[in-house]
Design a protein around this ligand. Structure first.
Ligand code: PRP
Ligand code: HPA
Length: 171
């Protein structure tokens, strides 16, 4: 319900100076610990895309949680998008920039050509992770029908890398 969704936002906790001084870390743990809040956020994530996706792609690690709830509520399957080195036979890999250095994500060979993927993650920060996931899905031969996150940190301008993203909350 709408009151559950409003309450969900208040359950996202800000932790100053984590993981380093000057960073205000948003912790979604209290939100996902609350059943009605988790359900309301899941419904809000999928609302614009209902009936438009064949599979949901979740970004390791916290994106997996919402991919799981979306899959259970809609009946689609899950594409787990993993940090490099975890998959036995990655079908594609994409590297992206972090504040210091680079990271790589990989995906398994499970997508059919033209399959419609909804990408989901907990937080849009610089957009590096999500934009790499968009490229990865295309490299796997499928189509990104949308990207959805629980919380967008607007100051970081992640959309400059990702294009349009459906966001449940922003600050
Ligand atoms: C966090 C978050 C997003 C990403 C957002 O994950 O869950 O996936 O960073 O940052 P960006 O927009 O600047 O790329 P993290 O890499 O910390 O991994 P984790 O979920 O495994 O902790
Ligand atoms: N919280 C969780 N994950 C993140 C954050 C944050 O504030 N910034 C970048 N990834």
């Amino acid at each position: 319900t709408n009151t559950d969704l409003e309450r969900a936002q208040t359950l996202i906790t800000s932790i100053p100076d984590y993981p380093q001084p000057g960073v205000n870390f948003r912790d979604i743990s209290p939100l996902i610990a609350d059943g009605p809040a988790l359900r309301a956020v899941t419904e809000a994530l999928i609302a614009p895309f209902e009936g438009q996706f064949d599979i949901v792609g979740g970004l390791e690690a916290r994106g997996f949680l919402f991919a799981g709830t979306i899959a259970a509520m809609t009946g689609v399957g899950i594409l787990p998008i993993r940090k490099a080195g975890k998959l036995p036979r990655p079908a594609a890999a994409v590297s992206y920039s972090l504040e210091y250095g680079t990271a790589t994500i990989e995906g398994p060979d499970v997508l059919k050509k033209g399959e419609r993927v909804l990408l989901v993650d907990d937080i849009l920060a610089t957009g590096g992770t999500l934009s790499a996931a968009q490229a990865l899905v295309r490299e796997l031969g499928a189509e990104v029908v949308g990207s959805a996150v629980v919380l967008e940190l607007k100051d970081l301008r992640g959309r400059s890398l990702t294009g349009d993203v459906h966001t449940v909350f922003a600050d």
